[in-house]
Ligand binder design. Structure first.
Ligand code: FMN
Length: 199
């Protein structure tokens, strides 16, 4: 049994199969898969090809970094995310290295890299849950992230759990349907909020 998005028209698997779980299989992550998802992130486009992104990865097998990453999480996230197979902290360089000027797209480009990472993860049977709920100050302090960089987001990842095995008390929350605004509310044909798609 899989939790898939009910899309209005058919989409590629890596999009409709992705979701943000709060429960993961206990299987340790394979190094090959870890390398593949970060390689996918590496190949994202970025403004001036600046590749402003950096990632700190902690796995359950590498408890020192994993613990430090868990410490940064807000309690509501820590409860479930600290049981994930691995955690990632994504951060970004705020100025271009070629001219020292501010890179307006620094966070945007990390988002693109993480989009690639999510697509690749889904195709490998991994699921990721992004989190804004973490202490930026703790992350800076614990990992020595300088002011030249912004911490952007954290992710909890692990292999997709068998949905039938989700404990009863978590089923409602985990299996709730995923919703999105309709295209008519987000795609316009001009300046008068006229929907681009009329049917
Ligand atoms: C930048 C970002 C920050 C998020 N922060 C949190 C968070 O702190 N805690 C949480 O439980 N979910 C967090 N989410 C997950 C969203 O709530 C989730 O993506 C959204 O509800 C859509 O659900 P889906 O990913 O299953 O489609 C975050 C997602 C993004 C993209």
């Amino acid at each position: 049994m899989e939790k898939t998005a009910v899309t209005d028209i058919p989409l590629i698997e890596s999009i409709y199969k992705r979701w943000s779980p709060r429960i993961f299989a206990e299987t340790p992550v394979s190094n090959e898969h870890l390398r593949q998802i970060l390689e996918a992130a590496r190949w994202a486009p970025s403004c001036f090809n600046a590749q402003p992104w950096s990632f700190i990865v902690g796995t359950q097998e590498n408890p020192e970094t994993f613990e430090k990453l868990s410490e940064c999480l807000m309690p509501g996230n820590k409860d479930w995310a600290a049981k994930a197979s691995f955690l990632i902290l994504a951060f970004t360089e705020l100025n271009f290295s070629h001219n020292g000027k501010p890179n307006r797209d620094a966070s945007h480009d990390v988002g693109l890299a993480l989009g690639n990472l999510l697509n690749q993860s889904t195709m490998l049977g991994l699921q990721a849950h992004l989190m804004a709920g973490f202490s930026v100050e703790s992350a800076r302090e614990l990992f020595g992230i300088p002011e030249t960089h912004a911490t952007v987001t954290m992710l909890a990842l692990g292999y997709q759990v068998d949905l039938e095995a989700i404990p009863e008390e978590l089923r409602e929350r985990e299996l709730a349907p995923r919703t999105r605004k309709p295209l008519s509310e987000i795609v316009f044909s001009g300046s008068n909020n006229e929907p681009f798609f009329t049917n």
